[in-house]
Design a protein around this ligand. Structure first.
Ligand SMILES: *Cc1c(COP(=O)(O)O)cnc(C)c1O
Length: 221
């Protein structure tokens, strides 16, 4: 990796924006290089790859899962994960809650919303989120902590479209905060922005950006 590039992007971010360095497809050595530059927050999108890296890398790394999570894989990450950014169903939350209860952890989660105009497979809409948050099952959960929202904009060169989608996520965040989390000190994160669109995301209010390519170069196929 190019250390100058890593540091110049990282240092260009406003202090209130947290950088999740996305290392998917890159070897543990790449994570370690960034770690040695003082970076501690990394994101992976696949459980198997995440666990393999976590096992060989320093224990004080904060790992974020940013990709779709299957319920049968929850148990592999619950012991160490800092945040699951891709929570998109009540069923998944129930499994996270019960696995976390077994080891007495509380897992930080973001609700993933489908904000892109294009067809993508994952993410909630507002109705689905309301249904979850109003359910007795959710209200009884003691080991899941919802810290905010996550979303991905369309893969398009239309900057206005991207901005519109980010604005819709901010609106969702604000609505949820006032309707369900007015008393929560934890509900404060808006995770949006990748290498191609993070500047727009920050202008629109991102508190977390998830950057891979711009930090580490093209992914390894
Ligand atoms: C891969 C990935 C990123 C990082 O993408 P880049 O364009 O390489 O910065 C961010 N978020 C999610 C959910 C991803 O899967």
């Amino acid at each position: 990796m190019d250390k100058e590039q890593f540091l110049s992007v990282k240092n260009s971010l406003p202090p209130h924006v947290k950088l999740v360095a996305v290392t998917k497809t890159h070897p543990p050595e790449t994570v370690l290089e960034a770690y040695r530059l003082g970076h501690k927050i990394f994101g992976e999108n696949k459980v198997q790859e995440l666990v393999a890296k976590q096992q060989v890398l320093p224990g004080d790394i904060e790992w974020h899962l940013i990709g779709h999570l299957q319920t049968n894989k929850v148990k592999f990450i619950v012991p160490f994960i800092s945040m699951i950014q891709s929570v998109d169903s009540l069923k998944l939350m129930q499994v996270i809650n019960s696995e976390a209860a077994k080891i007495d952890r509380v897992i930080n989660c973001l609700l993933e919303f489908h904000i892109a105009g294009e067809e993508t497979k994952f993410g909630l809409n507002m109705d689905e989120a309301r249904k979850i948050l109003e359910s007795d099952e959710y209200k009884a959960m003691k080991n899941v902590r919802i810290c905010g929202v996550m979303g991905m904009a369309s893969f398009t060169s239309d900057r206005n479209q991207i901005r519109k989608e980010f604005r819709s996520l901010v609106e969702i965040f604000q609505t949820l905060r006032s309707d369900y989390f007015a008393d929560s000190e934890y509900f404060r994160e808006i995770s949006m922005g990748m290498s191609g669109d993070y500047k727009i995301a920050i202008e629109e209010g991102a508190t977390i950006v998830r950057l891979g390519t711009i930090l580490f170069g093209e992914r390894i196929k």
